[in-house]
Design a binder for this molecule. Sequence first.
Ligand SMILES: Cc1cc2nc3c(=O)[nH]c(=O)nc-3n(C[C@H](O)[C@H](O)[C@H](O)COP(=O)(O)OP(=O)(O)OC[C@H]3O[C@@H](n4cnc5c(N)ncnc54)[C@H](O)[C@@H]3O)c2cc1C
Length: 272
Amino acid sequence: MKAKQATVLAKQQISPDLIRLKFASPEMIGVELPFSDHYIKLFFIPEAADYSWPFDLATIRETVPREKHPVTRTYTLRTFDSASGEFEVDFVAHGDTGLAGPWAQRAQIGDQLGFAGPGGGWKPEDSYEHFVLAGDEAAAPAIFAALEQLPAGTTATAYVEIANKQALFDAPSGPAIEVVWVPRDGATHGTKLIDAVRAGGYPEKKTSWFIHGVAEMVKETRRFLFVDGQVAKEDASISGYWRLGMTEDQWQITKRQFNEENEAAERAALES
Ligand SMILES: Cc1cc2nc3c(=O)[nH]c(=O)nc-3n(C[C@H](O)[C@H](O)[C@H](O)COP(=O)(O)OP(=O)(O)OC[C@H]3O[C@@H](n4cnc5c(N)ncnc54)[C@H](O)[C@@H]3O)c2cc1C
């Protein structure tokens, strides 16, 4: 896998908690991206390492000890222009801890870093009549990209959790779109969001669900969908984008077990 290069072209504070960076990437010119949830893996070089960007990933992996390999952080392409190779990423500014959040806060025009991807695999399909999308600020870029690609004749309700009412930001709008802002107002991430999704119930129209964000919310929402609502698994894209108190590396290592435990609890609840 060859790392691609991203150069910061513009920086905008789109809400008190979100920083939008626009990047240019020559390797992305002409790339076709068919989905609405495309994401990239940004590379951050550990402080103790003695190399810098640009680097060749294969060479680093062969010649540098594992603890000094680049650390990855996953981010959605909020917008992408295939003709120019330019894309925008909305970073949650979640304080001083971590790599990507603090980097985005410090980022300046001209800064460069490497990335891998894009990956992705979901978009609003025209075989559905309605879409329910839910997530916190980290999932808002994928949710809003999906709202911008709604098939003709379909409708969508998007639940987006934000810190408080002062933390609103621009959302797609139109007669087919309902955006429900869910202020945390000091509550733990995800708790108000699951309450809002539950209160919305199960639409009568043929519905596709896109639920992403803090892992604890995803666990509860899976129960709402797959146990209480008997929603078919193929009608839902649902996963934890991050987990409270864990770095992305820690979350990636434990994610499989977390998912398996959730699935086992759901099977047990369905059998009881
Ligand atoms: C497919 C995918 C797409 C994603 N797209 C986006 C995106 O477009 N924008 C975005 O901001 N994030 C997105 N994320 C989530 C992002 O990858 C994680 O939030 C990541 O942990 C951030 O890295 P960091 O270096 O800032 O913090 P880390 O070093 O990973 O974590 C440090 C601390 O910060 C906490 N933390 C991490 N993220 C948050 C948060 N959002 N709010 C509050 N506390 C947090 C952690 O729990 C930990 O305690 C996406 C994740 C996935 C899997």
